[in-house]
Design a protein around this ligand. Structure first.
Ligand code: FES
Length: 327
C-alpha cells in the first residue's frame, strides 16, 4: 500500500492558571498509508516530533473507549479510524471531544460524563418488579445497549448537550434502557418515573447524531424512543414532551393530519402558548399559517388499520433486536 505524506492539524489546548483554555492549531506531517490508524499517527507525532502532545489510549482495539476525539469533524475512536477515511486532500483535523471540559489537547475531564451515568443508578436494584421467569428472548432488547464502551462519543456529538448542559445525554439514557429492560431489575417503574423528569429522556431532540456517531452501533436514540413509549404506557405523561407526543399520536390517528393550530396549546398549555406568541407572530409574518380547519386524510381507513396492528403488537414498535445465530 502506498505511503503518503499526510498533514495532521491538531487543535492544541492548554488550561491557563485562571481556568481558561488557550488553543491554537498546529500542523504535523506524517508518512502513513490509507489504513494507518489515527492513533498510530498520534503516537508517531508524540514519539518522534512533539512529546508534549497529550491524548488518551489504552486497548488499541475499540474496547476501552479512551481514545475518543473529534477527527474530521466527527467524534470517533482514534484506534478504529483509518487515515484514508477521514483525510480531505491529505489533511486530517483533530481536536478534543465537544461538550466535555478539556484538560489538555485531546485529554478531557471524564468526571462530568460519569456523573451523568451515575444519575441513573447504573446497577440492578432489588424490588418487586423482578421477573419471576426469564424468557429465552428476554435479553433481545438489552443486547445492543450492552455494547456501550462509555467512550463519550455520543455525548460529544449530541446537539442537545451543546445547547443544554443539564441534559443527561444519550449514553446515560441508553444505559438506563438497559436496566429498564433487564428482567432481573426490580424497580423498572421507579426508573421510568425518574426518566420522565426534566433534562432526562424527553429532552432528546431526536437529531440522531448519537446513532450516527456511536462506534459500537448502540443506537442510543432508539433506546430513548423505547423508554418514552414505556414511560407513557406507565402514565408518566406530565410535561411538554409526552403531551406533545400524545397530541401528535391522537391527531394522526383521528384525522391523518397534525392540527398545528392547537398543538402548542395542548403541549405547553395557555401560559406556555402566550410565552410563544412572538414566535407565532413571526411565523404568521412568513406566511406559515396553520389551517384553522384541518381536513381528514383520504387514507384514514388504512391508517386506522396500521394503528390497530401496532397497538396490538407493541414489541414490533420497539424494533426487537434480531438474535444472531452462529453458523
Ligand atoms: S484505545 Fe481503547 S478504544 Fe481506542
Amino acid at each position: 500500500m502506498p505511503v503518503t505524506n499526510y498533514t495532521i492539524r491538531i487543535q492544541r489546548k492548554r488550561k491557563t492558571s485562571d481556568g481558561r483554555i488557550d488553543s491554537h492549531w498546529k500542523e504535523y506531517t506524517v508518512k502513513a498509508t490509507e489504513t494507518t490508524t489515527i492513533l498510530s499517527v498520534l503516537e508517531e507525532i508524540k514519539g518522534e516530533q512533539d512529546g508534549t502532545l497529550t491524548f488518551r489510549q489504552s486497548c488499541r482495539s475499540a474496547i476501552c473507549g479512551s481514545c475518543a476525539m473529534k477527527i474530521g469533524g466527527r467524534t470517533r475512536l482514534a484506534c478504529k479510524t483509518h487515515v484514508g477515511v477521514v483525510a480531505r486532500d491529505n489533511v486530517v483535523e483533530i481536536t478534543s471531544q465537544a461538550n466535555q471540559p478539556v484538560l489538555k489537547d485531546m485529554a478531557i475531564d471524564i468526571g462530568p460524563f460519569f456523573e451523568r451515568i451515575h444519575k441513573i443508578t447504573p446497577y440492578l436494584a432489588e424490588g418487586p418488579e423482578t421477573d419471576a421467569v426469564t424468557e429465552e428472548t428476554a435479553y433481545d432488547q438489552v443486547n445492543h445497549v450492552t455494547q456501550c464502551i462509555m467512550c463519550g462519543s455520543c455525548y460529544s456529538d449530541c446537539t442537545m448537550a451543546e445547547v443544554s448542559p443539564e441534559f443527561i445525554g444519550p449514553a446515560a439514557l441508553a444505559k438506563a434502557f438497559r436496566f429498564v429492560s433487564d428482567p432481573r431489575e426490580g424497580q423498572k417503574t421507579r426508573r421510568l418515573k425518574q426518566l420522565a423528569e426534566p433534562h432526562m429522556m424527553w429532552s432528546c431532540a431526536r437529531c440522531a447524531m448519537c446513532v450516527e456517531t456511536c462506534p459500537k452501533d448502540v443506537k442510543p436514540m432508539e433506546a430513548i424512543v423505547k423508554l418514552r413509549t414505556r414511560g407513557v404506557a406507565k402514565g408518566f405523561n406530565d410535561g411538554p414532551g409526552p403531551k406533545h407526543a400524545l397530541a401528535f399520536h391522537n391527531d394522526i390517528k383521528q384525522s391523518g393530519h397534525l392540527n398545528e393550530f392547537t398543538l402548542m396549546m395542548r403541549t405547553v398549555g395557555i401560559m406556555g402558548t402566550l410565552e410563544e406568541l412572538g414566535t407565532a407572530f413571526h411565523l404568521l409574518k412568513k406566511g406559515k399559517v396553520p389551517s384553522l380547519f384541518p381536513h381528514k386524510s383520504a387514507g384514514l381507513a388504512e391508517l386506522a388499520k396500521i394503528y390497530e396492528i401496532l397497538e396490538q403488537n407493541p414489541l414490533d414498535v420497539e424494533t426487537k433486536a434480531k438474535e444472531v445465530v452462529p453458523e
